[in-house]
Design a protein around this ligand. Structure first.
Ligand code: ATP
Length: 523
């Protein structure tokens, strides 16, 4: 693009921003009036029910009562008796930050005995030695009924962090369903595979309590899903199929009062944003508890997130304001000529997937499905048995590939970013990034398929000049995890390029939405 063309393109984008500014203002106004209405309604309903009054307790040891109809949390005596020094050590060791929006600070649970959950849930979860830090810190808030943003590294137990309170809140002290009507918990996931995995985790808990959980995603017949939706209290769904079923009137979300956006930053990106708004509109607007969980929480999505939440508590484990990777993963980055990648991949497989390591699980990421298909053929030609997951395959093929990789029937998986987030595959020893992803956030999620639940792992990344605009971000991640930074990578410059906006591309800039639009003249 010539300099002049670039200027015109920039102006065009600024024009778009101006137009969008007006839309944004209108949206903001609509949201505000909706929020005011909601507040009024809420105040009214709170007057009617004294038990739902917020107790603005401010002391760390105080016992708050419920914030909305979901909550019923009382701090146990055991937890009250823990010396403050132990709590402080826990916060420090796990780099915990709690931004509680000016309300009560609740103590983290240092053991499963520090909280009284439904007995059957407690028994199930006690198979683990103790809560992970994100579970320790977020559960008291979630059991109280608060909106929570939970940000913690990949593989740190976020599914049960939002899942255990979700199911526990559904039943009373005797294990009886509190509210009889319809779907009350909705978890939205970006991919079919992740939705299915989350379902597998939650259904263990709902089965124990005699409740129903179902999973709704595309690429498979709708009829069984329609039937399941009629009897389920808990639903895990991908946005596309859920909207489809909403539009045809097969699902009623008006009783949903516990809503989770898993991989929340992904769900709030352009592309998903409209779907998410349309889904949330259908859920209970009064007293709904809204949760956002993720390992990466870029600034770009935070404002939008706040429009769906009421005074959320933000819980971060590790320094999550900066983009950081799981520190138990050894990260190796090699800068290479793009034409040498195929040869290099075969060398890497010799290193990580042959001899004594031939049964170790290796996950290879390509960027596009065409690339994935080509590399799959190339690996097969070279004698490797490889499973593949990408958008060109049928859902049945995708599910089969993932199952074979999980079970160890096939220990080599080639995937696009459809497998980058959330998938919890046991014992993945190595992640190879054959082509670098589009964002550094995706890099953190991809490599997070190894080193899960306290284990270690290796991520080997091939980086080419084509991705040099992401070099600065990658250097920061490597430095943040005390990993070596290759000299060739530094040569690309360490300045961090702003994340590209999905609509305005590299020309995106944060604009003051209240400033008057400038008149743009072309010379
Ligand atoms: N308290 C616990 N102690 C030990 N392991 C746990 C605990 N809770 C959950 N796990 C296990 O940790 C693994 C990772 O959990 P999970 O998939 O929820 O991670 P995540 O934080 O959601 O990761 P990602 O960011 O990649 O989505 C799972 O195998 C899960 O069973």
């Amino acid at each position: 693009m010539s300099k002049d063309e670039l200027k015109i393109q920039k102006r065009k984008n600024e024009d778009d921003v101006v137009v969008d500014k007006k839309k944004h203002k209108k949206d903001k106004k609509d949201r505000k009036s909706k929020k005011d209405k909601r507040d009024k309604k809420e105040k009214k309903s709170k007057k009617h029910d004294e038990t739902e009054t917020v107790d603005e307790a401010t002391e760390e040891n105080s016992t708050p009562v419920s914030v909305n109809s979901n909550g019923s949390y009382t701090q146990s005596d055991d937890l009250t008796n823990v010396p403050q020094s132990e709590i402080d050590t826990f916060y420090e060791e796990n780099e915990v930050t709690v931004d509680d929006n000016g309300s009560s600070k609740l103590r983290p649970l240092l053991s499963f005995n520090h909280v009284k959950l439904n007995k059957k849930i407690q028994d199930e979860i006690s198979k683990f030695p103790k809560p992970t830090p994100i579970q320790s810190v977020s559960w008291p808030y979630l059991l109280t009924g608060r909106d929570v943003i939970g940000v913690a590294e990949t593989g740190s137990g976020k599914t049960f962090a939002f899942g255990v309170p979700a199911i526990n809140n559904l039943v009373d002290a005797n294990g009886q369903l509190k509210y009889k009507k319809g779907i009350q918990v909705l978890v939205i996931s970006p991919t079919r595979e992740l939705a299915s995995q989350t379902f597998d985790n939650l259904v263990i808990l709902t089965d124990k309590l005699g409740l129903h959980c179902c999973c709704v995603y595309g690429g498979v017949p709708k009829d069984p899903q329609r039937t399941q939706l009629k009897v389920s209290q808990v639903v895990v769904a991908t946005p596309g199929r859920l909207l489809d079923l909403l539009q045809e009137g097969s699902v009623d979300l008006s009783n949903v009062n516990y809503l989770v956006l898993d991989e929340a930053d992904r769900m709030l990106e352009k592309g998903f944003e409209e779907d998410i708004k349309n889904i949330i509109r259908e859920t209970a607007s009064v007293g709904r508890q809204t949760l956002m969980f993720t390992a990466t929480w870029p600034k770009e999505v935070r404002e939008l997130a706040s429009t769906f939440m009421e005074r959320p508590v933000k819980v971060s484990i590790g320094n999550r304001d900066e983009l950081t990777a799981n520190k138990r993963i050894t990260q190796i980055v090699e800068v290479i000529d793009p034409f040498k990648k195929d040869r290099k991949l075969l060398d890497l497989l010799k290193k990580y997937h042959s001899g004594p390591k031939k049964d170790e699980k290796v996950l290879i990421f390509a960027l596009y499905k065409k690339e994935a298909s080509r590399v799959e053929r190339n690996l097969q030609y070279n004698g490797y048995q490889v499973a593949a997951i990408h958008g060109d395959l049928s859902q049945q093929q995708r599910t089969q590939a993932l199952n074979e990789f999980k079970s160890g029937k096939c220990n080599l998986l080639l995937a696009t970013d459809v497998a980058a987030r959330g998938l919890d595959i046991p014992n993945v020893k190595t992640v190879i990034n054959l082509t670098f992803p589009l964002t550094v956030e995706d890099y953190v999620h991809r490599i997070g398929r190894t080193g899960r639940a306290g284990q270690t792992g290796t991520a080997h990344t091939l980086f080419t000049e084509q991705e040099k605009h992401l070099a600065g971000g990658l250097v920061n991640i490597l430095n943040g995890a005390n990993q070596p930074v290759p000299e060739e990578l530094k040569k690309f410059g360490t300045h961090t390029k702003k994340k590209e906006h999905s609509a305005y591309g590299a020309f995106f800039k944060n604009v003051d939405m209240n400033a008057k639009p400038k008149k743009i003249t072309f010379d």
